[in-house]
Design a protein around this ligand. Structure first.
Ligand code: NAD
Length: 441
């Protein structure tokens, strides 16, 4: 490879080996994996000599599809499709959540695993990227069925996970209890208790203080940092949040505590608006009791589509992928979008928001608080020495602030979006590790 490789255009780098891409990498131009590939293409021109290795970023290292059969309570046998994808392990073991959702696909899990590689490198925790999921609506299962499905899935992916190989964590529709079942199943199969095999566990099983709130706290922390840069007063800001689960609910709570007005929320059950600001603590209690924001009395119900027209300063998508697209990006009124969810903005929408001078804090830095405290949990499990919540939060805030400052500086220097800047920082770290390790054999 001569020095001209530094100037290779994205398309040329894609075809570096002259081989057609494997079919599973071609099949999905518009889905999450296609979005991720476009994001990578945008960063390749900034990778210098490391562009030689960029193809690495476009192929998952390992993807496992598993059949998950369980006996339902009514005596019939149901089969679910499960996945675990390890996108990259150049910088350390795979790390990333497990999602239970009826729309989960291999393409989605591949993209989520790749975003984990980027995110972990962006905040410089010593992990690669991985993700898992089961294509199921867990709300249709009894608790016993959910446990059996979780355990069988864990056993099936047990051949590639482990405390030094790949460490799952919670994501959409998975929680501390599911992590406890995963930890127990893996430990039973290993013949020894291995708390470090998953993070996001209950505190009584080696979980970390502050982990449940960590992603929302990270969203809030980078939001405050960015607001400072653009002269926005968070205490006066109006905030709209899509997704009122672990990430959106906590982020809303922290912004409200800082004096901001949470004027609109939306989840799978409905959309609410309250110009004077919703009572966030009361809404959190309502969601804990009823599973959705729907039915909350102290707010106006608005149409699902009207959510995107809400007058606000900060918009936090914290639900699923591709929620902000070419069809609604021009309607958004916020000055700043903080991506709590993974992949909520399509590349076309990214361009529209940028052209409208709306600042986007990308998922790969904005929601990295969760994996950062997962890293703390894993370290604590290995050393069997646990830290106070204040210590956890202080370390989290410091890492998020430092990472964000680094990304902000690159964005200014190279005159690129914060997403491309984060990809430049992260992909450089990943590919430097790749280059140092070399190819085996
Ligand atoms: P969760 O299951 O706790 O909450 C998901 C929320 O999204 C719920 O309020 C649900 O009602 C809502 N939702 C689902 N479908 C919707 C739809 N069609 N329209 C509007 N709202 C809808 O999940 P979570 O852990 O909060 O994860 C949310 C997002 O944040 C996901 O993209 C996830 O990958 C990402 N994320 C989570 C973590 C974490 O630590 N939990 C870390 C990083 C990123």
């Amino acid at each position: 490879m001569n020095s001209s490789s530094a100037n290779l255009q994205p398309a040329a780098v894609s075809n570096l080996y002259g081989h057609p891409l494997p079919s599973y990498l071609q099949s999905d131009k518009l889905g999450p994996w296609g979005v991720y590939l476009q994001q990578v293409d945008r960063v390749i021109p900034y990778l210098g000599h490391l562009a030689r290795w960029a193809e690495t970023l476009k192929r998952p290292k390992r993807a496992l599809i598993v059949d998950v059969p369980i006996e339902l309570d009514n005596g019939t046998i149901a089969h679910f499709e499960g996945y675990r994808v390890q996108h990259n392990t150049s910088r350390g073991p795979g790390k990333g959540g497990v999602r239970f959702h009826q729309d989960v696909t291999l393409s989605e899990v591949m993209a989520l695993s790749a975003w984990m590689s980027v995110k972990n490198a962006a905040v410089n925790v010593p992990y690669g990227g991985a993700k898992g999921g089961i294509r199921v609506d867990p709300k249709t299962l009894s608790r016993g069925e959910l446990e059996r499905m979780t355990r069988r899935y864990t056993s099936e992916i047990g051949i590639i996970i482990g405390p030094t190989k790949d460490i799952p964590a919670p994501d959409v529709n998975t929680n501390e209890q599911i992590m406890a079942w995963m930890m127990d199943t893996y430990s039973m199969n290993e013949g020894a208790t291995a708390t470090g095999v998953v993070t996001g566990k209950p505190i009584d099983l080696g979980g970390s203080l502050g982990r449940r709130e960590a992603t929302g706290r990270g969203v809030y922390t980078v939001g405050v940092e960015a607001a400072r840069h653009i002269g926005m007063d968070v205490s006066q800001a109006r905030v709209a949040v899509q997704g009122f689960g672990n990430v959106g609910g906590i982020a809303a709570k922290l912004f409200a505590q800082a004096g901001a007005r949470v004027v609109a929320v939306q989840d799978h059950g409905g959309s609410l608006y309250q110009a004077s600001g919703l009572d966030v603590p009361a809404l959190l209690v309502h969601v804990a009791e009823h599973g959705s924001v729907a039915g909350f009395a102290k707010a106006e119900v608005i149409a699902q589509e009207a959510f995107w027209d809400v007058d606000c300063d900060i918009l936090i998508p914290a639900a699923l992928e591709q929620q902000i697209h070419a069809g609604n990006a021009h309607r958004i009124k916020a000055r700043m979008v903080i991506e709590g969810a993974n992949g909520p903005t399509t590349p076309e929408a990214d361009d529209i928001l940028q052209s409208r001078n709306i600042l986007v804090l990308p998922d790969v830095i904005a929601n990295a608080g969760g994996v950062t405290v997962s890293y703390f949990e894993w370290v604590q499990d290995f050393s069997s020495f646990f830290w106070s919540e204040d210590e956890i939060n202080a370390r989290l805030v410091r890492i998020m602030q430092d990472a964000f400052a680094g990304v902000w500086a690159v964005a200014q220097e190279k005159k690129v979006s914060l997403r491309t800047a984060t990809f430049i920082v992260a992909c450089t770290r990943i590919l430097r590790a790749r280059e140092l390790r070399g190819l085996y054999p």
